[in-house]
Ligand binder design. Structure first.
Ligand SMILES: Nc1ncnc2c1ncn2[C@@H]1O[C@H](COP(=O)(O)OP(=O)(O)O)[C@@H](O)[C@H]1O
Ligand SMILES: [Mg+2]
Length: 96
């Protein structure tokens, strides 16, 4: 949803292994100027049209961080955004 709402053209790829799932989401959108701020719960630049559809609570990145075993967010202004998450199969997660 972040690529659709905030990013631009994007791609999503999965690599599934016996012990881990690696997800990479990249886009060529406007990028994130202050990543630390964007990772904070409740911070959002979502537009009214996004909020009307139930998005824009500013919990996307914090929840990705909470649920992934590893997360890296790489972004610069006008340089797009790349999020990489690793989920280990044998631990963590909500339902086992
Ligand atoms: N792919 C992206 N490209 C540009 N900005 C982004 C991207 N992903 C997140 N952001 C910025 O980080 C903020 C926080 O993202 P998130 O925690 O998912 O909350 P929300 O999507 O509800 O605004 C967004 O409002 C936006 O400003
Ligand atoms: Mg979001």
């Amino acid at each position: 949803m972040n690529v659709v709402m905030h990013g631009g053209e994007g791609s999503l790829s999965f690599a599934i292994n016996t012990d881990r799932l690696v997800m990479e989401i990249s886009d060529d959108g406007p990028g994130i100027v202050d990543i630390e701020k964007a990772m904070q719960a409740g911070f959002s630049t979502a537009l009214d049209e996004h909020r009307e559809m139930g998005f824009g609570a500013g919990m996307g990145l914090p929840n990705m961080k909470k649920n992934a075993d590893e997360i890296t967010v790489e972004s610069e202004k006008d340089q797009g955004t790349r999020v990489r998450m690793v989920f280990y199969m044998d631990k963590g997660g909500d339902g086992g």
